[in-house]
Design a protein around this ligand. Structure first.
Ligand code: Z5A
Length: 212
């Protein structure tokens, strides 16, 4: 049995990751491919428990170091219990955020070094990286409007940080994409859902071709 493929959606809050991850999972299932749709932080019982600790708006404010350790612990459980076993039996795993979010939020936004975050990832998750990382980038005013309609101004504990923090996060994602063009694809998600979905399918072209 050939190993499955690991595809991750990254980007800022409201960029359209969950929407596009679900559309991709549906499209892959339509092609007869076993697909596992999951998210971070979360995806397993233990990781979902850590998600509540991290994101509850009434919860405590962890420093960037404790946050990075908690995200790495959640990821370790997720990789060991869901992602690796699914890939090993040949499934496509579609994940909403992964280690590049820790690099961008706790690194770019929180000031931790990329080397330290990748060291935690090596210990926790064997350094697993996606086969493809799709970075969704929407125009700021469009994303803000979508979020206002959906959430009415409510944010989780990390999404609610100030605009300077989110600018650093966005800049970090751009740097990672520029540094690893063979793993990252950048897609403008400002347009209609179906247009972005088609760009995702086009980007996956060769990987999908190999699975046909
Ligand atoms: N975090 C971290 O700090 N470190 C880490 O290592 C990890 C995460 C893994 C997770 O929050 C938080 O944890 C996150 C980063 C941090 N905080 N922030 N920022 P989450 O999982 O709850 O939320 P999120 O990841 O930020 O996602 P989101 O807000 O749900 O956004 P999204 O998934 O990118 O977007 P969406 O839900 O698909 O779309 C947003 C809305 O727009 C929704 O109503 C859609 O129906 C609508 N939408 C989407 N696409 C379109 C188009 N094309 N047209 C019109 N409307 C659209």
């Amino acid at each position: 049995m050939a190993r499955g493929r690991f595809i991750v959606f990254e980007g800022g809050e409201g960029a359209g990751k969950s929407t596009q991850a679900a559309l991709l999972a549906e499209a892959l299932e339509g092609r007869g491919l076993e697909t596992v749709l999951t998210r971070e932080p979360g995806g397993t019982k233990g990781a979902e428990a850590i998600r509540r600790l991290l994101l509850d708006p009434e919860g405590q404010d962890w420093g960037p170091q404790a946050e990075a350790l908690l995200f790495a612990a959640a990821r370790s459980d997720h990789v060991a219990k869901l992602i690796r076993p699914s890939l090993e039996r040949g499934a496509w795993v579609i994940c909403d955020r992964f280690v590049d979010s820790t690099r961008a939020y706790q690194g770019g936004g929180g000031g931790l070094s990329d080397t330290d975050i990748l060291a935690l990832h090596r210990v926790g998750s064997g350094g697993l990286l996606p086969d493809m990382t799709i970075l969704l980038e929407g125009r700021a005013a469009i994303v803000a409007d979508r979020l206002a309609r959906r959430d009415g101004g409510e944010h989780d504990r990390i999404g609610g940080r100030d605009s300077a923090f989110h600018r650093k996060v966005a800049a970090a994602f751009r740097r990672f994409a520029e540094a690893e063009p063979e793993r990252f694809v950048r897609i403008d998600s400002s347009g209609p859902r179906e247009e972005t979905h088609q760009a995702v399918i086009d980007a996956l072209g060769s990987l999908l071709g190999q699975a046909a």
